[in-house]
Design a protein. Structure first.
Length: 118
């Protein structure tokens, strides 16, 4: 599967952005989808994840209550709605996909830069 992330940009603290990840392939609905981010000088970290139906989600503590992950299997798309953005959310954001029982993510998008100014 190929993943294409978009929607990054520059926003002031307290603002919102919505990231989108478009996936190719007819088996999109079977994948666990995740959003990761990597800030300068830091390791990549998972931000949010959801299962094939969208019924099971995970959020890192740093974004819980501010970010929402969702998917539209009919459109092969996964979204990350980011509200109440903080300067520490500044990072390159990546979407990724994995088979349900994989121990690591199998496919990665190219990343989209989110910059939050104070």
């Amino acid at each position: 599967v190929q993943l294409q992330a978009s929607g990054g940009g520059l926003v002031q603290a307290g603002g919102s952005l919505r990231l989108s990840c478009a996936a190719s392939g007819r088996t999109f609905r079977t994948y666990v989808m995740g959003w990761f981010r990597q800030a300068p000088g830091k390791e990549r970290e998972i931000v949010a994840r959801l299962n094939w139906s969208g019924a099971s989600t995970y959020y890192s503590d740093s974004v819980k209550g501010r970010f929402t992950i969702s998917r539209d299997n009919a459109k092969n798309t996964v979204l990350l709605q980011m509200n109440s953005l903080k300067p520490e959310d500044t990072a390159v954001y990546y979407c990724a996909a994995k088979y349900p029982y994989s121990t690591s993510y199998d496919y990665w998008g190219q990343g989209t830069l989110v910059t939050v100014s104070s």
